[in-house]
Design a protein around this ligand. Structure first.
Ligand code: NAP
Length: 277
């Protein structure tokens, strides 16, 4: 069994980002703007992580913190200013925004070219028609990068994705189709799930149920990508029962240490020009 660790994939991408930025004068470097409303502890933790990762890469980051009493119009004014600021190449809005804020209006206001977290529906629309202006959603892109890094081509492969959400299964299915995979998308109403997944070459799961997928969902040649992030009495775990499945398949991502490890670096890579991606 081959363990598809995310760290190696993230490190290779970080190295590429760093090399790109090292060649630039500090003032010329593309900047990430983080928009935070209020002081929710998970937003502050996420912000610290983004700051740390940006510092390690030499990527300038600017935090625009607004107090919780702010209005939708005031946030839209800020977004408008960031859209028009040539130094800012990426805008990341922490969500959920406080109750009373028109979140949809805010995410739709973020310029598509600066929408590093693929929040704007226009960006998803570009993904759906494989328009080159698309900035893909980070988790599906992390899956694609893991497969590519470990040398697994999608050409002609049978892929089953167990997730049909707008941020994971749907865009990922299109991205995989684009690389000539034959894609089946499953969900909670799918009948005989194990029969379908166990016949695929590559299985991507993201259902949000701890250790849900046992060995009966796979075969000895399966390449398994586990997107799930769950917590149970034994700590953090994926949707796959790793201990039971890992010895019985060809390759598998661990949780923690798999897809989630790559996602945050993918987001930062989106601040760089398209040619880099
Ligand atoms: P979501 O919108 O709740 O989607 C879950 C999907 O799983 C739905 O399509 C659902 O089917 C399907 N599902 C649920 N139970 C099922 C079952 N018993 N059999 C078959 N399919 C089932 O969640 P999401 O936002 O896409 O996130 C999914 C998971 O990914 C979560 O665990 C989340 O923590 C994790 N995640 C990871 C990352 C990362 O970077 N690794 C990023 C984001 C999210 P229906 O459509 O029929 O309801």
């Amino acid at each position: 069994m081959m363990e598809l660790r995310g760290k190696a994939v993230a490190d290779a991408l970080k190295e590429k980002i760093k090399k790109f930025l090292d060649k630039m004068d500090e003032k010329e470097r593309p900047q990430l703007a983080v928009v935070r409303v209020g002081e929710r502890s998970d937003d502050l933790a996420y912000e610290r992580m983004v700051m740390k990762n940006c510092a390690a890469l030499g990527l300038p980051v600017r935090v625009e913190a607004m107090n919780e009493q702010v209005t939708t119009d005031e946030i839209l004014e800020l977004i408008d200013a960031l859209n028009g600021d040539d130094a800012v190449r990426g805008i990341l809005v922490f969500r959920p925004l406080p109750v009373g804020i028109d979140e949809q209006a805010v995410i739709e206001a973020v310029s598509v070219e600066k929408d590093v977290d693929c929040m704007n529906p226009q960006n998803l629309q570009y993904v759906m028609v494989s328009d080159e202006r698309a900035i893909p959603p980070c988790t599906p892109e992390a899956v694609m990068r893991i497969l590519s890094y470990y040398g697994f081509s999608l050409e002609g492969k049978n892929v089953v994705i167990v997730n049909r959400s707008g941020v994971i299964g749907r865009p990922l299915s299109i991205m995989m189709l684009e690389q000539n995979a034959t894609v089946t998308v499953c969900h909670s109403r799918t009948k005989n799930l194990a029969r379908i997944t166990s016949q695929a070459d590559i299985v991507v799961v993201g259902v949000g149920r701890p250790r849900f997928f046992g060995a009966e969902y796979f075969n000895e040649n399966s390449i398994v990508i586990d997107i799930g992030i769950n917590f149970d009495e034994r700590g953090a775990c994926g949707d796959v029962d790793y201990d039971a499945v890992a010895p019985a398949v060809r390759a598998i991502t661990p949780v923690p240490g798999g897809v989630g490890t790559v996602t945050s670096t993918v987001l930062l890579s989106h601040v760089l020009p398209e040619a880099f991606l």
